[in-house]
Design a protein around this ligand. Sequence first.
Ligand code: FMN
Length: 211
Amino acid sequence: MRGLVLKASPRRDGNSALLADAAAAGVREAGHEVTVLHLDDFVEGMLRDCRTCRHDDGACGIPDGYERLLTEHLVPADALVLATPLYWYGMSARLKSTVDRLFCFMSEDHPGSAAVLAGLPGKRVAVLIACEESYRGATLGLQGQFQELTRYLRQDLVGVVVGIGNSRGDVRHDPGDPLRAAADLGRRLFDLRITDYRFDTPRDNAVWSAG
Ligand SMILES: Cc1cc2nc3c(=O)[nH]c(=O)nc-3n(C[C@H](O)[C@H](O)[C@H](O)COP(=O)(O)O)c2cc1C
């Protein structure tokens, strides 16, 4: 399987990057392919008004590497690991722009939309968050946002790791050992079983013995 790890902080040697590297090592250890990319190398612009921005053939008019990121890396991946710092109780703007700009490529006006629409669903998604505040409410909104956007895209949110730290590398000293948790999440990225029932979902009483 192919995993794609996206680093969404401007700090290349920051805390979310450490979590990302730990997860990537785990994916590799489990015998899967993994690519680690930094969003700063691809995404420069924010979503614009597509009506005024698109080229005549419908292609995105923002001149940066987003299309390459999407078509060569994101769409072909079987699983995504999104590593972001917590900014104002949300994801980094670079990651938000990455999500926002899917809108342009999912529109039927875009010449490549069929491949994007076919390629987005079914992926496993893991989220790594680095932040300074450890109370649960700090990341609750962002975790909820990832839950909803993966649900909308028919993807499976298989895990979230929160690492507490502020200065570069601080997350190494978090007693909760989020680097170990991120590595474990990476190792189990393609094996984690997610249960999501409705009242009438046929199932056994035990979750695991039937697995
Ligand atoms: C613009 C900005 C906004 C931030 N907002 C929050 C916040 O709302 N809550 C929090 O706990 N930490 C916040 N922080 C701290 C970072 O999340 C923290 O330093 C994190 O470890 C940075 O991750 P990085 O090293 O991967 O960039 C903020 C930092 C910046 C620069």
